[in-house]
Design a protein around this ligand. Structure first.
Ligand SMILES: Cc1c2[nH]c(c1CCC(=O)O)Cc1[nH]c(c(CCC(=O)O)c1C)Cc1[nH]c(c(CCC(=O)O)c1C)Cc1[nH]c(c(C)c1CCC(=O)O)C2
Length: 340
């Protein structure tokens, strides 16, 4: 087996320089992505076309020396498989219909075949990837996915889902468990098709009170990590509870994930002190520092690498790359990380 530095770090080894990949590394900042998107129609058509999705997954790896590839897909494929209609409205973002604030999950007709093309993408990427490149699959966390399912779209403060969770905890809990089951199935399918590790995106974990965080973030993540490990003990699970702040420490020690992602608001020196010794961390360059470029970008890169020098570290952004980021800034970031 070829050495995969990113996978080695997820398994607890320290590597210098740290391996690197970027959230949303396949996407609209790349002219070749925009060209393919113009040709193929829309985002969703591409995500369901294994040939196109594999090509998009590979695009950033042809340009940049990333150590990881991330499957080109979306966290909203799971609600689509659960029977909601999914569309992306230009300039407005995702729509799921009917919103579950009005309808019930049990009333929907699941269409599990909607997960199948994604496994086809995984197999195609796997066949093309360089042996030293690690391949990451992913899913949304049940909480974050539920916020979209309940509101039927993105929402500023996730008010609908948070309110439903207080008002109808049993109904909300049943929804979370259903998402959880499909997510376990879906991650297992990705692993069996060829990904080396999986990441759980919990983009809206920051909007919950501590008690609700336990209930809707920690507990479901625990169950997913345990179920994935029961089937695939050697596949690392990365948890990314964006916005969790100080609750990140409990998330890291209680959920059973192998590694945690830090968003850009987390002080990496604090994280080094607060997180379990030896636990791999991923992050956490501010995407706006990357967008801005220049000396401040170099300094931000150096500071993160220095703060995390005594534990396994995967260099990444704190969130997805902004679509207006110049390619040269990505090159500059990579040179800085690799030269460290
Ligand atoms: C909340 C969320 C979603 N999707 C995702 C999250 C969690 C992470 C985060 O917080 O960013 C996760 C995601 N979405 C996408 C990936 C692919 C892998 C990667 O390169 O990181 C991943 C991991 C592709 C995508 N997913 C989407 C794009 C943009 C598609 C396009 O318009 O070309 C990409 C590259 C669309 C998407 N999908 C979603 C939104 C809010 C949007 C933006 C809608 C818009 O801009 O109109 C839901």
């Amino acid at each position: 087996m070829a050495d995969k530095p990113l996978l080695a770090v997820l398994r607890g080894e320290r590597r210098d320089p740290p391996p690197v990949w970027m959230m949303r590394q396949a996407g609209r900042y790349l002219p070749e992505y925009r060209a393919l998107r113009a040709e193929k129609g829309g985002f969703l058509d591409m995500a369901y076309d294994p040939e196109a999705a594999a090509e998009i997954t590979m695009q950033p790896l042809r340009r940049f020396a990333f150590d990881g590839a991330i499957l080109f897909s979306d966290i909203l494929i799971v609600p689509h498989a659960l029977g909601q209609e999914l569309s992306f409205v230009a300039g407005e973002g995702p729509r799921l219909a009917p919103p579950l604030s009005d309808a019930s999950l049990e009333g929907l007709q699941p269409v599990m075949e909607r997960l199948e093309p994604i496994y086809g993408t995984v197999a195609r990427v796997k066949a093309q990837l360089a042996p030293e490149t690690s391949f990451l699959g992913f899913a949304g966390s049940p909480w974050t996915v539920a916020t979209y399912m309940v509101a039927g779209q993105g929402s500023r403060d996730q008010a609908e889902a948070r309110t439903m969770a207080y008002r109808e905890p049993e109904r909300f809990g049943a929804m979370i468990e259903r998402i959880e089951q499909v997510t376990i199935e879906y991650l297992g399918g990705q692993i069996e098709a060829g990904v080396d590790a999986v990441q759980l995106f919990d983009s809206w974990s920051g909007s919950l009170s501590p008690e609700e965080f336990d209930r809707w973030v920690i507990a479901p993540t625990q169950r997913i990590a345990a179920a994935v490990k029961a089937r695939h003990p050697d596949t690392p699970v990365i948890g990314f509870p964006k916005g969790a702040g100080a609750k990140l420490a409990r998330y890291a020690s209680e959920t059973g994930v192998d590694a945690v992602g830090l968003d850009e608001t987390v002080d990496p020196e604090w994280a080094h002190q607060a997180l379990p010794a030896g636990m791999p961390v991923q992050g956490n360059l501010d995407p706006m520092a990357l967008l801005a470029g220049g000396d401040r970008l170099d300094q931000a890169v150096d500071r993160i690498i220095a703060a995390l020098k005594d534990r396994p570290h995967i260099f990444n952004l704190g969130h997805g790359i902004d679509r207006t980021t110049p390619i040269e800034h990505v090159e500059r970031m990579l040179a800085r990380v690799k030269g460290a």
